[in-house]
Design a protein around this ligand. Structure first.
Ligand code: GCW
Length: 647
C-alpha cells in the first residue's frame, strides 16, 4: 500500500500547480522547490521556469533576501500587482516559503498581501526516534512505538526503504521540522555500532532526508569507547577516551558532512554515564561537545536522570525533584554546543504535569524542551488524543517572565511515526506530528488554528467541522477518564496501556499516588512534603505550595488531600473523580458518533481505521472509568452524589 499522503495530498498543490511560477536561485534545496513545483504543474496544468527573466507569472520564489534578518530558514511573502513573491536568503527558507504558499492555497493568489516576514522562533525543531535496529526482546523494534515497525530499521538491518524516508522528510519540511535522531536513546549493543562501522547506514538515511532540509542526528552510548573502542574506561577526562571520541566523530563527519550531532541518555534507567567515574554530567557532555565542535555539531544531553531503583517505603526521595537536583547546580558549566534536553514535566510525559522547574532554572545553559508525540501515556495511538493544547500550555508557561517557548533553543518530540501506512497507526495522530512542527516554528501560535490548518490540508473542507469536534477536546477527554487531578500513572506496569490504579504503587520507579481510606495525592510542599514545590521561582513556588492556591488540575501532583476536600470548582475531590470519569466516557461515545457521521466525507480506508480504533478507545475508556471509580469508592466509602453505577 502506498503510504498515506497525510497533509500533502495532491489536492493541496492545486493552487500552486495551476499557476505560472518562476524560481530564481541555485542550490540543492532550490532544486527541491523546483521539483515540487514541476510535479504540481504536471498535475494541474501550470508551468514553472527557472532563471532570471520570465514572462508574466503569478508566483516568484527567489533567493536573495536579507540573510541577517532571515537566516537560512526564514522567508518573506508578499503580493502586489497580481503577483505573489516569496524571497529567502537560503534554500531552506525558500522551501518553507513554498509550503507556506501551499498552505495558503487559493488565498495566496487573491488581492494584495503586505510583505510579511516568517522566521522560526526555534533554530532546532527535532524528532527523536526511539527506534531500535535489532528487535529488542521487551521493547520491540520501536520502544514505545505504536505505528508498526521502524521507518529506518528492520530486524537488525537498515530497512532500505529510502523513498519512504524521503517522503517522511518531505512531510517534516512541510510542517517545519528540520532534524531527526534516527535511533533510540537506549542504545543497545547492535545500535552502538551505528556510530562506527555502521555509519554508512545512517549516511543513507541522511541522504534521503537532506533534500528537505532535515539534518540527521544519532543517539550514542556513553560507553562507546569501551564497547566499540576496546578501551578500559569511558572516563570523560581520560585523554585516550577524548582522543577516541575525536577520531570517531571525525569519521562520522566524513560520512555525513552535515551531521547534526549526538543525543545522549546517560546515568538514566541503566544507561552508562559519567557517574561511574566520579565525573559530572557537564564533564560528560563537554567531552562530546569538544569532539563535535570543530565540525559544527551539537550534543543533546538528556536531563532525565533519577533513581529508578527507589524503595517505595522511602518517603524522602521524590522523582519529580531529580532533574533539578542533578542539573541546576551545573548551570554555566556546559559548553556552547551542548544542549540540555529536559522533559517538559518533572515526571514522565503524563497526561497532566506541571512544567519542569528545571526549565528556566539554568539561564547560562542551552535548553531543549522534550515533548512526547508518541502516545505512551496518552492512549498509545489507539485513543484519539490531540496534544496541541497541552503543548501550547507548556510553551506559554512563564517560569520567570519569559515563556518556555522563548527560553528554549530547541524543541524536540519523541516521534510517533513508524512503518504503518498511515505513518502514525491512528490516522488522527498525524495531527500531533503536524502540530508539533508548527508549534516549534512558532510556539505562541494558536493550536486551534494549527488544527484547522492540518484538517484542511489533510481532509479538505467538507468534514472539517466534524474533525474539529472529534479532536479539539480530546486531550481533556482523555484526562477525564484516566488518572485524576495530576496524580499520574495508574497504568498497567511495563507496557503502560490501560488502567491499573495500584500498578506502580509499590514499585521501584518513584511513581506513587498514596491513596488510603482518607485521601489521595503526593505532598510535594516545602512545609510538610518533599520540597519539590520550592524548586520553582515565585510566584509558582507559593502558588503550588498551598492546596488553597494550587490549580485544581495539579492538586494531587502537589498535595495529599482528603476525599472531601473542596476544589476551586466547588466539587469535592471524590465527586470530581466520579463526574469526570463518567463524562470522559460520554465524550468518547459522542466523538465516536461524530466520526461515524463522517463516513462518505473521508477516505474509506482512513475512516475504517479510525472507526476501528474508536471501538477500542471506548472499551478502554469504560475500563478506566470503572476501575478508577470502583477503586476510590471502595477506598473512601463515599457514594456518588448522582447514584450512578460503581462496582
Ligand atoms: O518514559 C520512559 C519510557 C522509556 C524511555 C524513557 C526515556 C527511551 O517508558 O521507554 O526510554 O522514558 O525517556 O528515556
Amino acid at each position: 500500500m502506498e503510504p498515506d499522503p497525510a497533509w500533502l495530498p495532491a489536492a493541496a498543490f492545486r493552487a500552486v500547480g495551476s499557476r505560472h511560477t518562476l524560481v530564481r536561485g541555485a542550490g540543492p534545496l532550490v532544486d527541491t522547490v523546483y521539483r515540487e513545483l514541476a510535479a504540481a504543474c504536471g498535475r494541474f496544468g501550470g508551468s514553472v521556469a527557472r532563471g532570471t527573466d520570465g514572462g508574466p507569472c503569478d508566483l516568484v520564489l527567489e533567493l536573495g533576501d536579507d540573510a541577517d534578518r532571515l537566516g537560512d530558514e526564514g522567508f518573506t511573502c508578499r503580493r502586489e500587482d497580481g503577483r505573489t513573491t516569496v524571497s529567502a536568503a537560503g534554500g531552506a527558507g525558500l522551501l518553507y516559503g513554498l509550503f507556506h504558499v501551499v498552505r495558503l492555497g487559493e488565498d495566496a493568489f487573491r488581492g494584495r498581501r503586505p510583505r510579511k516576514t516568517h522566521v522560526p522562533a526555534l533554530a532546532l525543531r527535532m524528532l527523536d526516534h526511539w527506534d531500535n535496529v535489532a528487535v529488542h526482546p521487551v521493547m520491540g523494534q520501536v520502544e514505545r512505538g505504536y505505528a508498526g515497525g521502524s521507518l529506518f530499521w528492520a530486524d537488525g538491518r537498515a530497512r532500505g526503504e529510502l523513498e519512504r524516508v524521503r517522503r517522511y522528510g518531505r512531510l517534516l519540511a512541510a510542517c517545519g521540522i528540520n532534524a531527526v535522531a534516527v535511533n533510540n536513546v537506549n542504545v543497545h549493543e547492535t545500535e552502538a555500532h551505528l556510530l562506527t562501522d555502521r555509519i554508512g547506514e545512517v549516511a543513507d538515511i541522511a541522504g534521503a532526508l537532506r533534500p528537505y532540509g532535515v539534518r540527521t542526528h544519532l543517539s550514542v552510548t556513553f560507553a562507546a569507547p569501551l564497547v566499540l573502542g576496546g578501551l578500559p574506561t569511558a572516563d570523560p577526562l581520560d585523554e585516550r577516551v577524548r582522543a577516541w571520541w575525536t577520531e570517531a566523530t571525525a569519521r562520522v563527519y566524513e560520512a555525513i558532512p552535515d551531521f547534526g550531532g549526538y543525543v545522549v541518555k546517560a546515568d538514566s534507567e541503566g544507561q552508562p554515564g559519567p557517574f561511574a567515574y566520579g565525573r559530572s554530567h557537564a564533564d560528560g557532555a563537554n567531552m562530546l561537545a569538544a569532539a563535535l565542535a570543530p565540525h559544527g555539531g551539537t550534543v543533546h544531553w538528556r536531563a532525565f536522570v533519577y533513581d529508578h531503583r527507589q524503595d517505595w517505603r522511602d518517603r524522602t526521595t521524590d522523582r519529580a525533584r531529580a532533574a533539578y537536583d542533578h542539573f541546576a547546580p551545573l548551570d554555566g558549566e556546559f559548553a556552547d554546543n551542548a544542549v540540555l534536553q529536559v522533559k517538559h514535566g518533572p515526571m514522565d510525559f503524563q497526561v497532566r504535569e506541571p512544567v519542569s522547574p528545571l526549565i528556566g532554572a539554568m539561564p547560562r545553559t542551552r535548553l531543549a524542551v522534550e515533548l512526547q508525540a508518541t502516545q505512551e501515556y496518552t492512549g498509545q495511538q489507539r485513543h484519539v488524543c490531540w496534544l496541541g493544547p497541552m503543548w501550547s500550555e507548556v510553551l506559554r508557561f512563564r517560569p520567570d517572565g519569559v515563556p518556555v517557548g522563548g527560553l528554549a533553543d530547541a524543541l524536540v518530540a519523541v516521534s510517533n511515526v513508524g512503518a504503518d501506512p498511515f505513518w502514525t497507526g491512528h490516522p488522527l495522530a498525524q495531527a500531533n506530528l503536524y502540530t508539533f512542527g508548527r508549534l516549534a516554528w512558532q510556539p505562541d501560535a494558536d493550536p486551534g488554528g494549527i488544527l484547522d490548518e492540518w484538517i484542511r490540508l489533510t481532509f479538505g473542507p467538507e468534514p472539517a467541522a466534524g474533525l474539529r469536534a472529534v479532536l479539539e477536546g480530546s486531550w481533556r477527554t482523555y484526562e477525564k477518564y484516566t488518572a485524576p487531578l495530576g496524580v499520574g500513572f495508574m497504568v498497567q506496569p511495563g507496557h503502560h496501556y490501560g488502567p491499573s490504579v495500584d500498578g506502580y504503587e509499590y514499585s521501584p520507579w518513584g511513581t506513587y499516588h498514596f491513596a488510603d481510606r482518607d485521601g489521595v495525592g503526593v505532598d510535594r510542599s516545602r512545609a510538610t512534603g518533599t520540597g519539590f514545590a520550592g524548586q520553582y521561582p515565585k510566584p509558582w513556588a507559593e502558588l503550588y505550595e498551598s492546596p488553597e492556591t494550587c490549580p485544581d488540575e495539579l492538586l494531587l501532583f502537589f498535595h495529599h488531600v482528603s476525599y472531601g476536600h473542596t476544589l476551586h470548582s466547588g466539587k469535592t475531590v471524590i465527586q470530581h473523580i466520579y463526574d469526570t470519569h463518567f463524562e470522559g466516557v460520554e465524550e468518547v461515545e459522542a466523538a465516536r458518533e461524530v466520526w461515524a457521521s463522517l463516513a462518505g466525507l473521508v477516505d474509506p480506508a482512513r475512516h475504517a481505521r479510525v472507526a476501528e480504533r474508536f471501538e477500542e478507545q471506548l472499551r478502554s475508556a469504560r475500563e478506566w472509568r470503572d476501575q478508577v471509580n470502583s477503586y476510590f469508592f471502595r477506598k473512601s466509602g463515599v457514594p456518588d452524589a448522582h447514584g450512578r453505577r460503581i462496582y
